[in-house]
Design a protein around this ligand. Structure first.
Ligand code: CO8
Length: 258
């Protein structure tokens, strides 16, 4: 496994675990850190031995945003030329299911990184917010789009315009997170959930992720059409044959591609 300096990456069973590891800066997402996260996620993505990815931070902070100190003096032209933040678009293209296990601050880019994951499991101390407006900017890692799609215009608009932080209970009620768990058991819970996903056929899980994500990008008619194509493609896999045979024979499925 590659050595990283700003994250930890390890494999536990069939789950790839990425831990943001910049405690002095509350896991502020520097450009270098983004590249490490992407490299680790891509390595897990192409590894047939990894069926799901968990991304997490510390109990104090998932990530307190993009690195303000790094970008404070940057010019618009410089950012445009460097295609600043495009690393996060690449992360969103990772096809392996990814869970964000979020405790503490998930602010600005931290909230946006959590939303790039396929779903969020939140600790009871999690705090979500898009406070960029207080810095004289707006969300830049997809927050204005993904937050609005996740929780609707009214709440997203309020959060983006005021910088208000949302606690875990409200985030669950608003549909931003899948589930809230005690902070002590966050990682255990997220890893167990990831292990369930990793026990499925990986190509089929990737296909399921593609289908759900299409709901964000297309009309209902287009989305349903894609879903139909994708389920037909599932029937081309040995794992569909095995899954349905196992049901009929009243036994656990032994998927080949897991
Ligand atoms: N960037 C850099 N350093 C940070 C960040 C950050 N986002 N957040 C915290 N830190 C650092 C602090 O500077 C401090 O370092 P030091 O000890 O050297 O002074 C250390 O982490 C600990 O932080 P605090 O002492 O502030 O800890 P507190 O517990 O008092 O407060 C908070 C925690 C409330 C999370 C506070 O740190 C805070 O408000 N952080 C900033 C939150 C924020 O505004 N995030 C949004 C950032 S902007 C963004 O994410 C997207 C921008 C889009 C730009 C588009 C460009 C293309």
């Amino acid at each position: 496994m590659t050595a990283y300096s700003l994250i930890l990456a390890e494999q536990r069973g069939r789950v790839g675990l990425i831990t943001l590891n910049r405690p002095d800066a509350l896991n502020a997402l520097s450009d270098a850190m983004g590249r490490e996260i992407l490299a680790a996620a891509r390595a897990f993505d192409v590894d047939p031995g990894v069926g799901a990815i968990v991304i997490t931070g510390s109990t104090r902070a998932f990530a307190a945003g993009a690195d303000i100190k790094e970008m404070a003096q940057k010019s618009s032209v410089e950012m445009y030329q460097l295609d600043w933040f495009s690393v996060w678009d690449s992360l969103a293209k990772v096809r392996t299911p990814m869970i964000a296990a979020v405790a503490g601050h998930a602010l600005g880019g931290g909230c946006e990184l959590a939303m790039i994951a396929d779903f969020i499991i939140a600790a009871d101390n999690a705090k979500f917010g898009q406070p960029e407006i207080k810095l004289g900017v707006i969300p830049g890692m997809g927050g204005s789009q993904r937050l609005t799609r996740a929780i609707g215009k009214a709440k997203a608009m309020e959060m983006v315009l005021t910088g208000r932080v949302m606690g875990a209970a409200e985030a669950e009620q608003a549909g931003l997170v899948a589930r809230v768990v005690p902070v002590e058991s966050l990682l255990e819970d997220a890893m167990a959930t990831a292990a369930v996903i990793a026990g499925m056929s990986k190509p089929v899980a990737m296909t399921a992720k593609e289908a759900v994500n299409a709901a964000y990008e297309s009309t209902l008619t287009e989305g349903v059409r894609l879903e139909r194509r994708l389920i037909f493609s599932c029937f081309a896999t040995e794992d569909q044959k095995e899954g349905m045979a196992a049901f009929t024979e009243k036994r656990a499925a032994e998927f080949k591609h897991r």
